[in-house]
Design a protein around this ligand. Sequence first.
Ligand code: ZN
Length: 199
Amino acid sequence: MEKLKSLENLTNELKKLPSVGTKSAERMAYSLLDWDAEEIKNLCDALTQVKKKIHKCPKCGMLTETELCEVCASPNRDTTKLMVVCYQKDAIAFENSDSFNGLYHVLGGVLSIQNGVSYEDLGIDSLLHRVQNEDIKEVILATEPTLDGETTAQFIARLLEKYDVSISRLGYGLPMGGHLDYADSLTLSKSFEGRTKIK
Ligand code: ZN
């Protein structure tokens, strides 16, 4: 049977998405064949716009469409508290829990030998730069409660020792091995309130 090369190309592109295997990608590709020209154009426009408009906040690493993200740009945040999270979704979970009114710093991952993630891959240098140059009095290490998350927190705590800031780690309540963004708001609030002082 004739090979539909363009359909195969589309399937291969869709397979790059997380949790999409060959079968799902094929189903999506055939479904897109049924879309009319305008719907396809809208999808293409949406993809282009997302790529064009969204960038990382130069201060905290959060994704934003404005120059600085909403949190960094707000005059109503407590700029003496800085919460360090692995991923943007963790900061969003804290925002939704209404338990924290300070600033965030998004590392973009966790240190992991297994996955080849090292110091240079994460926003650690920019974190140290902020601690040095901003009005920060407390750094809350809210890396995820996994082995790699713990390692990352300890690594950062050591780097921060020489600076004049107090350092705390989220208290748990949070299940070990779990993800922060799966925790409910009450658990997040409690973990923030019950944070333990490292320094
Ligand atoms: Zn920001």
